[in-house]
Design a protein around this ligand. Structure first.
Ligand SMILES: [Ca+2]
Ligand SMILES: [Ca+2]
Length: 314
């Protein structure tokens, strides 16, 4: 009887240790992957600004270079990652980051009732909705051009570049911009994003290649020559409806000199639930508690069924 009782105890111990080890391993693997805070697809084939833009005529501008297809924000304990996926990424001029063309501007509304509705500097030629002023601005391009700014920065500000990096992920189509977490903080479910895609031009205002009335080898066509149209070729927006890219980027007025006013995208209610579940600790705690309950309950039932009694110490 004593030996049977000991066997029960040792069996239970082995099961508990195995489960704890498994949960530990699972948590370790799970934590190695960045936590996704926001993700959204963008339509394919809308790299035409408000619907009228055409690419520069130089052969370096392959179709799809400025066609954003997906945008993801994720984070771990060290960095926030902004992943922008394009139909095409090439590096004909050998930028160390692995891409030569894309200029990515991410304006983020992190704080309600604060922030700015104009761009930090002239270049994109857009304005932002007054309800959703931006608080953080991430600018990413090749040749060491990644910077982070806040809405307190002025036109002369150089921003923060330390620790910011851009690179192309192994899929060959995704530009990842990583920003040290302490600079901008952990992404929250209520953050709203203006994601603007331009073409990098070292001679352009704020690195934006201009959109003119007619395309040339080095400028886009389909805009106006009066510097009022956006120099944004694609932006993250839902397909169709009131807040489509075509409606928003087309809301400028050349005659009146009014810039297009953009709306941000956000995670929405369903995504907020997901973000809560993905918050560090929530899933881990739930998994450990559930695992222990299951194992404890199972052992109890087994012992009861077999009618084993653990002998008292003597
Ligand atoms: Ca697109
Ligand atoms: Ca778009």
């Amino acid at each position: 009887m004593q030996r049977t009782g000991l066997r029960v105890v040792s069996c239970a111990t082995v099961v508990i240790i195995s489960v704890v080890a498994f949960v530990g391993l699972w948590v370790g693997v799970a934590q190695a992957e960045p936590i996704v805070a926001f993700e959204m697809k963008d339509p394919v084939g809308d790299d035409y600004g408000p619907g009228t833009y055409t690419y520069p005529t130089h052969k370096a501008f392959l179709p799809g270079l400025f066609d954003l297809t997906n945008f993801r924000v994720s984070y771990d304990v060290e960095y926030v990652y902004f992943d922008a996926t394009f139909c095409e990424v090439t590096n004909p001029w050998n930028a160390p980051e692995g891409f030569s063309h894309q200029l990515i501007n991410i304006y983020i509304d992190t704080t309600k009732g604060a922030g700015r509705t104009d761009t930090l500097r002239k270049g994109a030629m857009v304005a932002f909705d007054k309800r959703y002023g931006w608080d953080i601005f991430i600018k990413a391009l090749g040749w060491g051009g990644c910077r982070a700014f806040t809405s307190q920065d002025d036109e002369e500000s150089k921003g923060i570049s330390d620790g910011l990096e851009a690179s192309v992920l192994p899929d060959g189509n995704t530009v990842r911009v990583k920003v040290p977490l302490p600079i901008i903080g952990q992404p929250e479910a209520h953050w709203r994003y203006y994601v603007l895609i331009g073409s990098q031009d070292a001679f352009g205002e704020e690195d934006f290649r201009p959109v003119m009335e007619e395309p040339t080898p080095w400028t886009f066509g389909g805009g106006s020559n009066l510097e009022v149209n956006p120099n944004v070729i694609d932006m993250l927006a839902p397909e169709g409806g009131k807040f489509s890219q075509e409606r928003l980027l087309g809301s400028y007025d050349v005659q009146k000199g009014i810039l297009a006013v953009l709306m941000p995208v956000s995670a929405g209610t369903t995504r907020q639930t997901l973000a809560f579940l993905q918050a560090p600790g929530v899933l881990t705690t739930a998994a450990v508690v559930l695992g222990l309950l299951l194992v404890g309950g199972g052992v109890l039932v087994w012992v009861k069924r077999k009618g084993f009694i653990i002998p008292p110490k003597s």
